[in-house]
Write a protein that binds this ligand. Structure first.
Ligand code: ZN
Ligand code: ZN
Length: 408
């Protein structure tokens, strides 16, 4: 027994070359977060061709297909690439560049696999439109911008998403990952992705000649003690049973060996599986930074600014159980794994939270068994196009159909 009807399964096969062509085109034209104008155009044109009612919204595009009485299901795909220079060696590798928000030209790459998400989202939209006899209800195909900056889902909500499409009963989303192996899917109820935030911290010293440190306040030493002391947050303040990560990803100060600079800038990233732990890490950081500044005779209060806040992705147990049942029926038990919580983060849950509805988010394997894998965001990220395209499309249709009213 499978979720897709035999006719829909045949279409899935027949659409393979269409979907591979679409994928290559998207892969060669990656666009930076909140600058996905070409991609939005490609997606909108396809949805219109499939018969969807299409609107552009907050930098994204959403298509609605009403097909009689029944539940309403929203499936979301993210569209942005990254400022990464592709080094995959693929024959369809990206050589594209794009001017970023600061006016700098950046190499661009679909290094997070969102090209798979778009293609699978379009493939699912096409299949559902071609096989309306198989289901009843309303399907919403949503393509959001700016996931990598935690900005796109909020932008679509701010542009009035909840008033402009029917309220879904459930929201669904997926991500291609380096685990499980290609051809498999992984799903679970509860927290599956961490909540996260970044922080920009500027600490102040007093500039001096490198030979006369006693006449200044050295922000390099100050910043270094902060980095060291921050290591105690997770190891000494968070319960060993809880999960937290504090990473100082950037530390910038000074320009010359013999000059003591007057400030240092730190960029931090925090991860947790609950908002309380995340807040505890951020508060602890603030306390340590202020105390170290005081200890170092810093002449001014530090500046601490939080940005790129991602919510927790916590699957609704019932919504996840329906998806899992569908996957088991469609793929068989040996291709369905339990998704372990990942330390990555997503803004997907902003969408269901705006509607006040449950959601489920799952993973799709992207590398064949035995292949050397490279993680998302690596310049070497190069999943196997197949079976990844097929599995991600099949997973999307299966999860949607499992939540819609199905007719035989
Ligand atoms: Zn990413
Ligand atoms: Zn991603």
């Amino acid at each position: 027994m499978t979720v897709l009807s035999s006719k829909a399964s045949v279409s899935l096969e027949e659409n393979a070359s269409w979907s591979e062509e679409m994928f290559r085109d998207l892969h060669q034209h990656p666009e930076l977060s909140m600058r996905e104008s070409r991609t939005r155009g490609v997606v909108g044109a396809q949805l219109e061709k499939f018969g969807y009612e299409v609107q552009e919204l907050g930098g994204g595009v959403v298509g609605v297909l009403a097909n009689g009485e029944g539940p309403t299901v929203l499936f979301r795909a993210d569209m942005d690439g990254l400022p990464v220079k592709e080094a995959s060696g693929l024959d369809y590798a990206s050589t594209a560049t794009q001017v970023d928000e600061n006016g700098a030209e950046q190499p661009t790459m679909h290094a997070c696999g969102h090209d798979f998400h778009i293609t699978a989202g379009l493939g699912a939209a096409r299949l559902l439109a071609e096989h309306q006899d198989d289901w009843a209800g309303t399907y919403i195909a949503l393509f959001q911008p700016g996931e990598e900056k935690a900005a796109g889902a909020r932008a679509m909500v701010a542009a009035g998403l909840t008033d402009k499409v029917p309220t879904p009963d459930v929201c669904l989303g997926q991500h291609v990952l380096d685990s499980p192996v290609a051809g498999k899917v992984a799903v679970a109820g509860g927290p599956v992705l961490s909540t996260a935030t970044s922080a920009r911290i500027v600490v102040h010293g007093a500039g001096s000649h490198g030979s006369m440190p006693h006449l200044g306040v050295d922000p390099v030493v100050l910043a270094s003690t902060i980095v060291t002391r921050l290591q105690t947050l997770v190891s000494r303040e968070i319960s060993p049973a809880d999960f937290g990560v504090v990473t100082v990803g950037s530390l910038q100060a000074g320009s010359s060996a013999n000059i003591i600079p007057d400030q240092a800038t730190l960029l931090l990233n925090f991860r947790a599986y609950s908002a309380e732990i995340l807040d505890q890490l951020v508060e602890g950081t603030e306390r340590i930074v202020r105390a170290e500044c005081h200890a170092a005779r810093s002449p001014r209060e530090p500046e601490i600014e939080l940005y790129d806040r991602y919510p927790l992705t916590e699957n609704d147990p019932d919504a996840a159980a329906v998806v899992r049942e569908g996957f088991l029926a469609q793929f068989g038990a040996d291709r369905v794994e339990v998704m372990d919580p990942a330390t990555a983060s997503e803004d997907f849950s902003v969408l269901p939270d705006a509607f006040g509805v449950p959601y489920c988010y799952w993973g799709v394997g992207a590398y064949k068994q035995g292949r050397e894998t490279f993680p998302n965001h690596s310049p070497l990220w190069a999943p196997d196009m197949q079976p990844t395209l097929r599995t991600s499309t099949e997973a999307a249709v299966t999860a949607v159909l499992a939540h819609l009213a199905q007719s035989d």
